[in-house]
Design a protein around this ligand. Structure first.
Ligand SMILES: *[C@@H]1O[C@H](CO)[C@@H](O)[C@H](O)[C@H]1NC(C)=O
Ligand SMILES: *[C@@H]1O[C@H](CO)[C@@H](O)[C@H](O)[C@H]1NC(C)=O
Ligand SMILES: [Mg+2]
Length: 373
């Protein structure tokens, strides 16, 4: 029998978008043990094979290192995709651990694109799969144009307003239980306009700017053709999960806008969980969703603070940092296992992992040969 899908029944109140039924190309032998593995640590959920056969439940794989997580503004947490790479974090080098890939004897699937033992890849969204920063810049240009043409702002004033809004976005602390993100972000524009032009608050102008910014940004958020191709190929060998920090509504709108859902076995949004990246709990939740162990997963992202630190905190097999910042990280930054400059380089990195491990299996363990470390 070939494995065709995994259905998850969700606890009450959990959106079904959060996990999509995964269909797989048939005949890839290394996928077969996916469903032979324990289904993870579901406490309230049950997992079934399509045939109706229940996957064995297992209890906690606990005993991991304590969460290394502080509450920080959304932008710093990677939600709006502007990481704080290169800034001082004063975390005393925590997480500067180079883990050797774990060798699992007898489990080599050569020929597959994923390394042996790699069963899932977790992708960050903002500035990893889609260029959120570039889309944001285009959105700002639209608003500047509108402020100048329709509201007779000077160019300098218009830019000053936009800069103030961006600063407010980076510091944004959003409590979804108290305000909705739309109200909050219209207020950013309202304040920025008042701080720049003075006078009375102008909510309607602020709302117009916000909606223009938002719709323009979403329109420019696209998953590049080559990225789609890479994900499609990769998914023939490993399971793929989208793991993004940020406000629920904002991130769900981005996911919709770039139409990336069909490329993933599951999608997890930080704002819908108890804790966001880099807390281990959200990574372990992802593992549970896919029924894999942390040591079988690879995290790929552009933020050292959230993606890489989180992957290390959760004890993942490897972390892959998309180095887009062109800056050398601070000494206190977490050290990723691998560094790539384009997400399209990921398959080669996975192959390198496989190669390294195969070499080790052949030589009865040589010295570490682990990528960036
Ligand atoms: C708000 O801005 C709009 C557009 O520039 C303008 O027509 C309107 O008079 C302003 N309202 C207030 C209360 O300033
Ligand atoms: C990241 O990229 C920049 C520019 O390509 C480079 O100077 C820097 O050394 C890179 N950092 C790491 C850790 O690879
Ligand atoms: Mg990111």
């Amino acid at each position: 029998m070939l494995w065709k899908g995994l259905w998850l029944s969700l606890p009450a109140g959990v959106s079904p978008e959060r996990c999509c039924a995964a269909s797989r190309p048939e005949g890839i032998s290394c996928l077969l043990h996916l469903f032979l593995l324990p289904a993870g640590r579901f406490s309230q959920t049950s997992t079934f094979l399509k045939s109706g056969k229940k996957i064995k439940k297992v209890s906690g794989a606990g005993g991991r290192s304590p969460p290394l997580m502080r509450l920080r503004p959304a932008a710093a947490r990677g939600g709006e995709g502007r990481g704080r790479e290169g800034k001082k974090k004063g975390r005393g080098g925590k997480g500067r651990v180079c883990r050797e890939p774990r060798v699992r004897a007898g489990r080599v699937c050569s020929g597959a694109m994923g390394a042996p033992g790699v069963k899932a890849v977790f992708f960050d969204l903002d500035n990893t799969l889609v260029d959120t920063a570039a889309a944001g810049r285009r959105a700002i240009e639209e608003v500047v144009k509108a402020l100048r043409c329709r509201h007779r702002c000077g160019e300098g004033q218009a830019r000053a307003i936009c800069e103030k809004v961006q600063a407010k976005l980076l510091k944004e602390c959003h409590d979804p239980a108290r305000t909705c993100i739309t109200e909050l972000r219209i207020s950013h524009w309202e304040e920025a306009i008042r701080e720049t032009i003075g006078g009375e608050a102008n909510r309607s102008l602020a709302a117009e700017c916000y909606f223009l910014w938002k719709s323009t940004r979403l329109r420019h958020l696209t998953l590049a053709e080559e990225t789609r191709g890479m994900l499609t190929e990769l998914r023939k060998a490993v399971r793929l999960l989208l793991l993004t920090n940020g406000d629920r509504q904002t991130q769900r709108e981005k996911i919709e806008a770039c139409a990336c859902q069909p490329y993933f076995d599951a999608i997890v949004v930080g704002g819908e969980q108890k804790e966001e990246k880099p807390a281990p709990s959200i990574f372990h939740y992802c593992c549970d969703l896919l029924g894999v162990q942390p040591t079988e997963c690879v995290m790929v992202g552009d933020s050292l603070d959230t993606d890489i630190q989180g992957g290390l905190n959760a004890g993942l097999k490897a972390t892959v940092w998309l180095n887009k910042t062109m800056a050398t990280p601070a000494d206190s930054s977490p050290v990723p296992h691998y560094v790539i400059s384009s997400v399209l380089d990921l398959p080669a990195v996975l192959q390198k992992m496989e190669h390294n491990i195969n070499a080790k299996l052949g030589n009865e363990r040589t010295v570490s040969s682990n990528g960036a470390c």
